[in-house]
Design a protein around this ligand. Sequence first.
Ligand code: BGC
Length: 722
Amino acid sequence: MAAAQGSPVILAQDTRGTASQRAAAVLRQMTAAEKLTLLEGYFATDFAASKYTAPAESREGSAGYVPAIPRLGVPAQWQTDAGLGVATQGGARHKRVATALPSGSLMAASFDPALAYEGGGMIGGEARAYGFNVMLGGAVNLLRDPRNGRNFESAGEDPLLAGTIVGAEIAGVQSNHVIDTAKHFALNDQETDRGTGNFNIAEAAFRMSDLLAFELALERGRPGSVMCAYNLVNGLHACESPFLLKQVLRDEWAWPGYVMSDWGAVHSTAASANAGLDQESGFGLQRAGWLAPEKLDAALRKGEIAPERIDLMTSRILTAMFANGLIDHPVTRTTPIDFAADQAVARRVAEGGIVLLKNERNLLPIAAAARRIVVIGGHADKGVLSGGGSSQVYPEGENAVPGLKPTSWPGPVVFYPSSPVEELRKLLPNARVDYAGGDDPAAAAALAREADLVIVFGTQWASESIDVAPRLDGAQDALIDAVAAANPRTAVVLETGGPVLMPWADKVSGIVEAWYPGRMGGAAIAEMLTGKVNPSGRLPMTFPKTLDQLPWPGEPRHKEATYTEGATVGYKWFDAKGEQPQFAFGHGLSYTTFAYGKLQVRRAGEGLVASVRVTNTGERAGGEAVQVYVSGRGWEAPRRLGGFSKVVLWPGHSTTVNIPIDPRLLAVWDTAKRGWARAAGLYTVTVGHSSRDFASSVRLRLPVSHLPPGWKPEASLNRAPL
Ligand code: BGC
């Protein structure tokens, strides 16, 4: 590598050419040392355990920092977590105040990519204002196990839903001239042994499940970066897997961004760089520094890495920086944050993804005549729960319920100051709303006995780096039993990361899944309970009745494990095994009713378009997630989600929705012939309210089809080249 010729100051600001041409022009001027500086990221929070002090130029208390090259006009990369808002590392002394969106599971439950885009846009806006230009959001790992402590960060169990929602959120983040990241590539589907576990899966099953979710998220979101995962996949660390990082990402998907590692997920120098890792993250959090300049230099000298490889790694990073506007629209930290506007976004998202699971005896919405309402448990007098770990976003002021354990990593346990009780009082000025903490079930039951309606809040705290029991924390199941026995007019509002078992499900009249509903969660819950907002969320994951219904009923998998269920994930497993879930994927009730006309299906290119007229036949305006399922022979499951569309209708109004069905969802991955293979034969397309509640079907004969690896729908090809 030649030393720089001359000094073309601020070369990067020459706006002529495409992103890759501009990257190439800068690369030509870089010294060998400058190139290497882009390949190693520092942890950006002081870390006492390894006596590490974050670089002074990094943003305090954040996840990562890659130094600038001022001579050439290349800015620093300031990285922070991102999926639910602008996060601050748990170990940071000062917490950055930012707007917390609801969890990823709620976002997925909205079945609404437009809402996900809006939420992403809000995050990216606050990120810019705080001086971040690389966001570590976009968790697209599939929910394979309800016990995964990080289920709340990602978007459920279905590859189409997860890829679509996360892709839309990524696009929203990036609409602010910042880079976003799709993570954790791949199969980081549990936290137990995440750093050492080797998770095996057959290739075809992998292609039709987790990889498909990533493929769709990348097509739709076009993230500048992909983060390789902590775990091993089929025997190799994800960050040194040529299959994942070269064959799939580059050769097949032709994805042009750069691969950054998860924080401490690198285990080699040459093997990682040659496999397709472009940037190591988190130096300082762990001391290895496998892509540190001196290690890369040594590998270059020994011929283990070719100079062209370093150029490729550097140019990928630079290209993503140019393509996403990091150079032409530098972050300045001067924009004030309009927190009121951002909280309105958080509230809209929460309103779109809270799911009404059960509603008997017309319990909800709360009747205008109700005079005495008793709310029990879940710290509902103070706020709403959030999930822990690197995605944790901190609210203004105090944590609404400080001091709960664990108070440090993987905690703290944070409640946002949006109290459902206070919000209910505002919306029900003529009712008396009492609150009891629930520590004393007998006292709670006594209070409940007197009420017109009882609402029990049930919480499950989940966090990165731990897996959790799929049930409410502590003795809350017994509390609900006691309260429901005292007053059957009881609704349970859940704040959980993912599915929980509900041994009390038959004893209560109403169940609401509010997930971790974010900074405005209390308001959104109260609006939904009182009918000011009509619930329109749908489950993005199956809620099992018992653990033995799961493919892996015992404990979470350990160390060396095989995902034997393959692509038969979630509802696909339940359908294939004939198991009856507690609540099915796609399920969610409304305060109105929707009727479907006759389904029509036509061919469009290699795929299909399903059309159906939807009418709001009830008395309230409401949103419906129209779901189209497809069935073919020899698949991993009786049906797959083929497409969906969220519509909002006034009472008595109708609309026709046209839902495209991606041809990859009509095919299976053929490992021998390499690509997506559709056999000639009969296929069924079904429209319904959930994966178990169908309205109308069409059977049609389709011819044989073969799509090569990396096949993309036309819409995603019609984009400007980088
Ligand atoms: C997590 C990533 C996160 C990173 C930086 C890791 O522990 O797995 O999701 O982006 O930390 O905070």
